[in-house]
Structure formats: structure tokens, C-alpha cells
Write a protein that binds this ligand. Structure first.
Ligand code: SAH
Ligand code: SF4
Length: 395
């Protein structure tokens, strides 16, 4: 690890219960909600049933007022309102791209802001959510990694992004209406701001809520967590969340990956591949996605494509390779590979029998594309020279 580019820095965490405010029920696990209800005097025998009722109101029906919870006694509703809130992040701005992509800037406690992106496609609608304000990692091609201030999002702030999007899409069920099987928000990707595996517990609790059949009820196979390669947490992701995995791979030699994805200095390519090969349930329908950002002259040669294949084959990892044309941002020290180069790279992988889709850039006109996310309040950016120096591109 070089002294000039620390891999991690301290991350602020905030307590769930702010000294001046009531407790937020959003983001609590079922057990924690039960404890909270007992603490305000709910009889223990009733607590489980009350959790089920509240859970359905909050996560199935999308209700935010205790007063609307008509299967609870009036005085109990009043008591809940005295002690608790049902609070999600507040939308500050909402932009809609020419291609239908929606980008939201949402405000969380402490006045921080994070971005959330909704990407509609023919057969699905994907919500790209954030797990941290900024990121402690300093991948040299990523805009988020240049943001200095970092804080972990709470579970409420993570699942709250999903609830906010369902509000905006007007997608909560309507009592009595026939069940609509085609969901506008059908998939979640943890590919927004932050490294989800550096905020493991909150990400896990939030995704458990997203998967809970009594509420938002998304299948674990419709949730993809993207990590830069926090190796010790990969097995935990399988055990405790069970979602699909995407890896920010981006380079085929340690020398290049050390620069692009500096966490590689702690867990190198070989260690990462071993952890991926051990991920349970891998099959052709549950492949690991290798994300590979195409940087002109840095990682996009035919040799790179062949080395990438060799890595995947050596470890027998069921994989699909998602090629991401680099999205430029002001001051970025790289250029996007040409379309011909990207196609040639994709073709080598495809000919070897692996899917190699080239990710369509979405929402570029509103800076909503991968790696362009960075909140407006925190634009204090490192200079281009500083980034290049840290990347080892300049002396
Ligand atoms: N921290 C996690 C998840 C957030 S990044 C991770 O690194 O995996 C989501 C994806 O966007 C990652 O694959 C990341 O490498 C990619 N990305 C970051 N900056 C980008 C850029 N400027 N252009 C294209 N993709 C980028
Ligand atoms: Fe953080 Fe991921 Fe960006 Fe790297 S690519 S700086 S891990 S958000």
C-alpha cells in the first residue's frame, strides 16, 4: 500500500436514534422492530403480530402515517406516533433523461446527499442505489472515489431509496385492485455511490427487507451487489444476503489493477478469484458478473481479453463479462476506448463462449451513468494532477 493513496479512511456512522428525535421504524429488522414495540409497552405476546401488521403497512402498502393503519386500535396508533416515525430520504431533485432514466438526488440525515438512478428497460426496471456517501476507496477512474467526505448509509437510508422510487413510480399496490405482475421496479443493483461491502450490516439488513415476501418482495436473484473486491466479505454476502454478485474487475494484471482498483494491493487478483470460485450456488443462471471498464490504452488490448479469459477458466467461474464504456467526468485521467476496440475485445470473449454484453450508457445527459455519480453538495474534487499523481501516472 502506498503512503499517498490510503485504501481506507475513517467512516462516520450515525446512531439510529438521534438524541432529539423519535426512532425510525424503517430499516429495522423484524427482531429489532419487535424489541422497539415491547419497549413502548406492547405486550410480548402481541409483539410478533404487531410487527407483521406494521411490516405490511410499511413495506407492502407503502403507508407512512400510523393513522392510516386501520387494523390497529386508535389509541395504539397514537402511541406509535408518539414514539416512532416512518421516514425515508427526502428527494431534493429529480431529473429525467431523454432515454427515460431518472436520477434522483436525495437528502439524508446530516444534510448529506446521495444519488439514486432508475433505469427502465423493456423487460425490467432497475434501481441503482447507493450504500455510502462517497467512497473510501480511490479507484482512479471513478468519480465517486474522488469525493472526500464519506459516511455509511443506515439501513433505513438504503431501503428508503427503494421506497422513494416506488413513491415516484406510483407503484405501491392499491387495495382491491388486481395484482400487477409486471413491476416497474423489478431489480436492484448496489452500484451507486460507495462500496457496499464496507457497510455490510446495513446493506444486509436493507436487502433482507427488500426480499421479505411480506413486503417489497423482490427475489434474491433480482438483486446484484457490486464490489471492488473486499475478499473477506464475499463469503458473508452469500451466507447472509444470498444475492447475485458483480465484481469491479477492470484489469488483468496486478500491476494495472493496483492502480485502477487500489484495494487490489490488499487482496490481489488471485485471492479475489479464489473467493469468487467459492461463491455458492454458482451456475449458468447465477453467474458472477465481471465488470470491466474500457479505458483507452490502459486495459483494453487483445492480450487483456485473453488474460481475462484465462483467469476465469483457470478458476472455472461461471461468468458473464459486462464491458462498460468509460464514462468521462470533468478531470478524469482516462479516455474511453474506441467502439471498434470495445467490439474487438467483446468478440474475443464471446468467441470463447462467454456472454460479453457492452453496457449501454444510460442517462448520460443527466450525468447518471456509472461512475458519474457524485452529489452536488460535495463537489470538492481532487485536482486532475492529484489524481494522476496518486494513480502513478505522473511522478
Ligand atoms: N463500489 C462498488 C459499487 C459502485 S461502482 C464497486 O466498485 O463495484 C459501480 C460500477 O461502476 C463499478 O463496476 C465501477 O467500477 C463502475 N464505474 C465507476 N466509475 C466508472 C466510470 N467513470 N465509467 C464507467 N464505469 C464506472
Ligand atoms: Fe468506490 Fe466502487 Fe468507485 Fe471504487 S469504483 S471508488 S469502490 S464506488
Amino acid at each position: 500500500m502506498s503512503a499517498s493513496a490510503p485504501i481506507t479512511q475513517d467512516v462516520m456512522t450515525i446512531p439510529r436514534k438521534l438524541p432529539e428525535g423519535p426512532m425510525n421504524l424503517v430499516g429495522l429488522t423484524r427482531d429489532a422492530m419487535r424489541d422497539a414495540l415491547i419497549a413502548i409497552g406492547t405486550p410480548e405476546k402481541q409483539a410478533k403480530m404487531r410487527v407483521n401488521q406494521l411490516w405490511q403497512w410499511i413495506y407492502h402498502w407503502g403507508v407512512r402515517e400510523f393513522d392510516q393503519m386501520t387494523n390497529l386500535a386508535k389509541d395504539y396508533r397514537a402511541k406509535l406516533a408518539d414514539h416512532f416515525v416512518i421516514a425515508i430520504p427526502e428527494v431534493v431533485t429529480r431529473q429525467v433523461s431523454e432515454d427515460g432514466t431518472r436520477k434522483y438526488l436525495v437528502r439524508i440525515a446530516g444534510g448529506h446527499e446521495v444519488e439514486v438512478v432508475y433505469i427502465p428497460e423493456e423487460d425490467r426496471g432497475t434501481l441503482c442505489i447507493s450504500s455510502q456517501v462517497g467512497c473510501t476507496l480511490t479507484c482512479t477512474f471513478c468519480h465517486t472515489g474522488t469525493q472526500k467526505l464519506v459516511r455509511n448509509l443506515t439501513a433505513a437510508e438504503i431501503i428508503g431509496q427503494v421506497m422513494m422510487a416506488r413513491d415516484d413510480l406510483d407503484e405501491w399496490p392499491v387495495p382491491g385492485a388486481p395484482k400487477d405482475e409486471t413491476r416497474l421496479l423489478s431489480n436492484i443493483v448496489l452500484m451507486g455511490m460507495g462500496e457496499p461491502l464496507y457497510n455490510f450490516d446495513n446493506v444486509r439488513d436493507a436487502m433482507k427487507i427488500a426480499m421479505d415476501p411480506e413486503g417489497i418482495s423482490l427475489s434474491r436473484r433480482r438483486i446484484t451487489l457490486s464490489t471492488s473486491g473486499v475478499v473477506p466479505e464475499i463469503a458473508r454476502t452469500a451466507d447472509e444476503i444470498g444475492c447475485l454478485l458483480a465484481i469491479s474487475f477492470h484489469a488483468t494484471t496486478d500491476a494495472v489493477r493496483d492502480v485502477l482498483v487500489p484495494i487490489n494491493k490488499r487482496w490481489n487478483i488471485e485471492e479475489l478469484l479464489k473467493a469468487l470460485a467459492a461463491y455458492p450456488n454458482l451456475s449458468n443462471s447465477e453467474r458472477i458478473t465481471f465488470e470491466y471498464v474500457m479505458l483507452d490504452g490502459v486495459n483494453d488490448s487483445d492480450e487483456d481479453a485473453n488474460r481475462l479469459l484465462e483467469h476465469i477458466r483457470r478458476h472455472k467461474i461461471p461468468a458473464k463479462i459486462n464491458l462498460i464504456p468509460f464514462n468521462e467526468w470533468p478531470g478524469a485521467p482516462y479516455k474511453r476506448s474506441s467502439n471498434n476496440r470495445i467490439r474487438a475485445f467483446a468478440n474475443i470473449i464471446y468467441q470463447a463462449g462467454y456472454a460479453a454484453p457492452i453496457r449501454k450508457t444510460r442517462g448520460e445527459d443527466i450525468m447518471a451513468a456509472c461512475g458519474q455519480l457524485k452529489s452536488a453538495t460535495e463537489r470538492a474534487r481532487k485536482s486532475r494532477a492529484q489524481i494522476e499523481a496518486e494513480a502513478g501516472l505522473r511522478s
